[in-house]
Design a protein around this ligand. Structure first.
Ligand code: KIV
Ligand code: ZN
Length: 524
């Protein structure tokens, strides 16, 4: 049975690379976008919204490259309701085996006021733009932005226009996270019952999480007849985020008794992609986040552990393995060899080539010398710490930090800049401040520190700290990461990693190229 004839199949539309990446600070590099798209494709996502091609040269390049590479998924680009946007979008997705244009306009009274269009003018605009998109691509999705605050009669009218103009998917966004489950189900159900031609198209739901109801609202919309859920990995997205893919998919799997619909997602790939999205976006997952949080499968309290030992079902409604967490995880140690490391990394979802393995093995040995047991989380941190890569312009060579209660901290940092050795000493309010000042003395820059985040990878005082540093310079944002058993060393390396990324971004984009602010006001 294919997706269209299987009435119980819910299509998963992932917008991590568009709505997710739109979240301030979550900017990803070109390579990171390609990697995430490949993981999404591989896990069975039906439609990948790869970006907003008119927004920037970088977005355009990413959407076109993802379109060329996708193996299974439909590749979709977003466009506002104007011909220029739609043409650019069509151009970006044209190499996809299965392309889709997604065009939208804000239909609620508040959003209609932005381009200052009357109801009739907007209705005409919808007819013209969906028709134009349909002339360029057979697969068109249309969204009335802020649908949940749009007048009922007007919503029915514009949905009918979009269907008549050839849209095959009608997405009903809860743009500001305002709706509630009962209302969400009812809205989709009534639209399907009321709008002529509604039974010929797929209805989609796109919920934001401002009131913490995005997953509930999406599932309710499915109960009301929606057969496409729009979501992001880890719920990444503007403000409180979008519906989390992993929550919808696992809810449908675990509670299939009362929600008899299914998706095509390979759930064992969830943890790996969740970690990658957290790393590349710099948005850590909260420990108690459903499905993918560090504590989601942890059973710490004595009473829970006792219950678990007697019968896992006492406290576990799904198995960690279902989402790709390895059941048993024996730590590696300093006597573990290359084969054991490769085996463990493969188990964690990483395919490493011989050269990469050589590099990771050296760093693994260094870590194992400092730390008796190297756990899965240590290895994941190692895989993603922005350690000095050979191609990096800036590298930390050595550092010495003195701190105490008697005065300011002092840091002496030695760095290599394009092969030249430079050393500086600086004082600061604590060891990290002193270290960052020394780095700025060696490599003066005007990047602003937007985020400095430290978390312990595992338990114990010898635990590695992972540090994320987000820098902003002239509208360009870069996130650096590093992990080390020494928090100050990890901080310095994460800072330098972010500086290296800023440098790459500057070289690739030139002044201002990737920083254009797009406005929802530009309708025509
Ligand atoms: O939230 C929203 O309304 C959107 C649209 C562009 C679909 O993201
Ligand atoms: Zn959205």
């Amino acid at each position: 049975m294919n997706n269209l004839t299987d009435k119980d199949r819910v299509l998963i539309f992932d917008t991590t690379l568009r709505d997710g990446e739109q979240s301030p600070g979550a900017t990803m590099t070109h390579e990171e976008k390609l990697e995430i798209a490949e993981l999404l494709d591989d896990m069975g996502v039906d439609i990948i919204e790869a970006g907003f091609p008119i927004a920037s040269e970088g977005d355009f390049r990413a959407v076109s490259e993802i379109a060329k590479r996708a193996k299974n998924a439909v590749i979709c680009g977003l466009s506002r309701a104007n011909f220029k946007d739609i043409d650019r979008c069509a151009e970006a997705i044209r190499h996809a085996a299965q392309p889709r244009i997604h065009t939208f306009i804000g239909t609620s009274p508040l959003h209609r006021a932005i381009p200052d269009l009357t109801q009739d003018e907007m209705a005409d605009r919808i007819h013209e733009t969906v028709t134009h998109a349909r002339n360029l691509c057979d697969n068109v999705q249309w969204s009335p932005m802020d649908a949940t605050r749009t007048e009922w009669d007007y919503l029915c009218r514009v949905v009918e226009i979009a269907i008549k103009a050839g849209a095959g998917t009608i997405n009903i966004p809860d743009t500001v996270g305002y709706t509630a489950p009962v209302e969400s189900a009812d809205l989709i159900k009534r639209l399907i019952e009321t709008v002529p031609g509604a039974d010929e198209v797929v209805f989609a739901t796109h919920c934001h999480n401002d009131l913490g109801m995005a997953t509930a609202n999406s599932l309710a919309a499915v109960a009301g007849g929606a057969r496409q859920v729009e979501c992001t990995i880890n719920g990444l997205g503007e403000r409180a985020g979008n519906t989390a893919l992993e929550e919808v998919v696992m809810a449908l799997k675990v509670r299939n008794d009362i929600m008899p619909w299914h998706t095509g997602i390979d759930t064992t790939k969830i943890m790996h992609i969740s970690r990658r999205v957290a790393t590349v976006s710099g948005f850590n997952v909260q420990f108690n986040k459903a499905i993918v949080g560090k504590n989601a499968f942890a059973h710490e309290s004595g009473i829970h552990q006792d219950g678990m030992l007697k019968n896992r079902d006492n406290f576990e409604i799904m198995r960690p393995e279902d989402v790709g967490l390895s059941g048993t995880s024996l730590p590696l140690g300093k006597h573990s060899g290359r084969a054991a490391l490769r085996d463990k990394l493969e188990h964690l979802g990483y395919e490493v080539g011989d050269n990469q393995l050589k590099d990771i093995f050296v760093r693994f040995k260094e870590l194992a010398d400092r730390k008796k047991e190297v756990f899965d989380d240590d290895l994941i941190a190692l895989m993603h710490s922005g350690e000095n890569a050979e191609a990096d312009h800036l590298q930390i060579v050595s550092m010495k930090v003195v701190c105490g209660t008697g005065g300011p901290a002092e840091a002496t940092v030695e760095m290599e800049i394009d092969g030249k050795d430079v050393t500086a000493t600086a004082h600061g309010d604590g060891p990290v401040d002193a270290t960052f000042k020394a780095i700025r003395e060696i490599y003066p820059n005007k990047a602003r520190l937007q985020l400095y985040q430290v978390s312990a990878v595992t338990a114990g005082t010898d635990a590695q700290a992972t540090v994320s540093v987000r820098l902003e310079e002239d509208g360009m944002i870069a996130t650096g990461q590093s992990a080390n058993t020494d928090t100050v060393v990890a901080s310095a390396k994460a800072y330098v990693n972010a500086l290296n990324r800023l440098l790459v971004r500057r070289e690739k984009t030139g002044p201002g190229a990737d920083t254009r602010e797009i406005s929802y006001k530009d309708v025509m």
